[in-house]
Design a protein around this ligand. Structure first.
Ligand SMILES: *Cc1c(COP(=O)(O)O)cnc(C)c1O
Length: 368
C-alpha cells in the first residue's frame, strides 16, 4: 500500500530551512566546532531563556539527561524513585542505571499522566524522588505532585522529552520541579539530526554539578573533582537546534491547530475516545492518541488506506520483560493495563496539510 499520510514528515519540515541549515553545518566544519564551542553555548543560553529557566546543560540525549540528573541529586543504592507505569523506558531504566529502585505508579485513565492520588501509597522511608512524565505533550498534574513532594521531602525531575513549551497553569514545564529533562531526538517536538538532550534547572548549584558530571567530573581542563561520564551535545546538533528553536513556538501552535481539527472532525464516533486535556494544562501534542477497543483492526484498516499510525507504547513499563523480576500483575496498574490495548497515535505534525487530516478523519469515520 502506498503511504498517503506518513506518521511524521521531517523532510518537508526542513525544506524551508535548508539553506540556513547547510550554512550552519558548513560553519561548524570550517571552524572545527565539533565539541563545545559557540553553537553549543548559544543553544544552551537560548533554550534556558525559551523555557524560562536560568540554566541549561546540554547532554548527549534525553536518557542521559535523566540519568545525570539523578546522579546529581545524590541518588544512592537502594533509594526508591516513583515513576509512571506508562512512559518510554528511559524514565525507568535510568533509575536502575543510577543504582536506584524503580517504583511504578499507575497513570490517570484519561490523561495518561501519573495519577497523583496514588503516589502517596507508593512512598516508603526509602523514597527520594518522583519523575512525572508530561506524556504525549500534556503536563502531569503538577500542583498535587509538588505538594506531595514537599510534604515528604522528595525531589522532582520532570521528564519533558515529549513536552517542549507545554504549560501547566501558565508555567512552562521544566520550571516546576527541581530539574527538567529534555530530548531532542529527531522526531520530538524540537528535534536534532541525531541524538541530543538537555537538563534545565533554576538551581545554579544543580546546574554546576550536572555540567561537571556530564564532562568527566570536571569543568576545568585536567581537573576532575569527581568521576563522571562523557555526555555532550555536539556542535553540529547545537547549530541545527538553534535554527529550529526559532520556529518551535510556531510549530507548537500548528500542532495545536491540527489537534483541534482532529477533535472537530472526530466528534461522536461510536467506540472512539478522543484525547482529553485536563484543566489548566496546555498540551503541545507530541502525539495525538485516540482509544478504541478494536485498536488492532483500526490500525490495520488505516494502514490498508495508506495511513501510518504508531502505538506509544504497546506494553506498559511494569509488564515489559525488562521488569519481570518485579513480578507485577495486571491488576497492579489497571489504567495503564487497560490503555495499552486501546491506544493508537494518529499522524500529527506541524507541517501536516489539512487535506491529510481530513483524509484520516474521513477514513476513521468509515471504520466499522
Ligand atoms: C524520547 C524520550 C526520552 C529519551 O530521550 P532520548 O533522547 O531518546 O534518549 C525520555 N523520556 C521520554 C518520555 C521520551 O519520550
Amino acid at each position: 500500500m502506498n503511504t498517503k499520510v506518513p506518521f511524521n514528515d521531517l523532510k518537508s519540515l526542513h525544506l524551508n530551512l535548508k539553506d540556513q541549515l547547510d550554512e550552519a553545518i558548513k560553519d561548524v566544519i570550517d571552524k572545527s566546532l565539533f565539541i563545545r564551542g559557540k553553537y553549543v553555548n548559544e543553544f544552551e543560553e537560548m533554550f534556558a531563556k525559551v523555557i524560562g529557566s536560568n540554566n541549561c546543560v546540554s547532554v548527549a540525549n534525553g536518557t542521559d539527561a535523566l540519568y545525570i540528573s539523578m546522579k546529581v541529586l545524590g541518588l544512592k543504592s537502594g533509594d526508591e524513585v516513583i515513576v509512571p507505569a506508562h512512559s518510554w523506558i528511559s524514565t525507568s531504566e535510568t533509575v536502575t542505571q543510577a543504582n536506584g529502585q524503580v517504583v511504578f505508579c499507575d497513570t490517570d485513565k484519561s490523561t495518561f499522566t501519573i495519577d497523583p492520588e496514588q503516589i502517596e501509597d507508593k512512598i516508603t522511608p526509602k523514597t527520594v524522588g518522583i519523575i512525572p512524565v508530561h506524556l504525549y505533550g500534556q503536563p502531569a498534574e503538577m500542583d498535587m505532585i509538588i505538594q506531595i513532594a514537599k510534604k515528604h521531602n522528595l525531589w522532582i525531575i520532570e521528564d519533558c522529552a515529549q513536552a517542549h513549551l507545554a504549560k501547566y497553569k501558565g508555567k512552562t514545564v521544566g520550571t516546576l520541579g527541581d530539574i527538567g529533562t529534555f530530548s531532542f531526538y529527531p522526531g520530538k517536538n524540537l528535534g536534532a539530526m541525531g541524538d541530543a538532550g538537555a537538563i534545565v534547572t533554576k538551581n545554579s548549584e544543580i546546574a554546576r554539578k550536572a555540567e561537571m558530571y556530564a564532562r568527566h567530573g570536571g569543568v576545568k581542563k585536567g581537573i576532575h573533582e569527581i568521576e563522571g561520564v562523557n555526555s555532550r551535545m555536539d556542535g553540529i546538533q547545537a547549530a541545527i537546534l538553534t535554527i529550529k528553536l526559532k520556529h518551535l513556538e510556531k510549530w507548537t501552535k500548528d500542532r495545536q491547530k491540527n489537534a483541534k481539527l482532529y477533535d472537530e472532525h472526530l466528534q461522536n464516533i461510536n467506540g472512539l475516545e478522543l484525547p482529553k486535556v485536563a484543566s489548566g494544562r496546555e498540551h503541545v501534542w507530541h502525539l495525538y492518541v485516540i482509544k478504541n477497543s478494536k485498536r488492532d483492526e483500526l490500525k490495520k484498516y488505516l494502514n490498508d488506506n495508506g495511513i501510518q499510525t504508531v502505538i506509544n507504547y504497546p506494553t506498559a513499563l511494569p509488564f515489559l520483560p525488562a521488569y519481570k523480576r518485579l513480578n507485577y500483575k495486571f491488576e497492579d496498574f489497571p489504567n495503564a493495563y487497560s490503555n495499552q490495548s486501546k491506544i493508537l497515535s494518529l499522524p500529527l505534525y506541524p507541517n501536516m496539510e489539512f487535506d491529510k487530516i481530513n483524509y484520516v478523519a474521513d477514513k476513521i469515520k468509515k471504520f466499522e
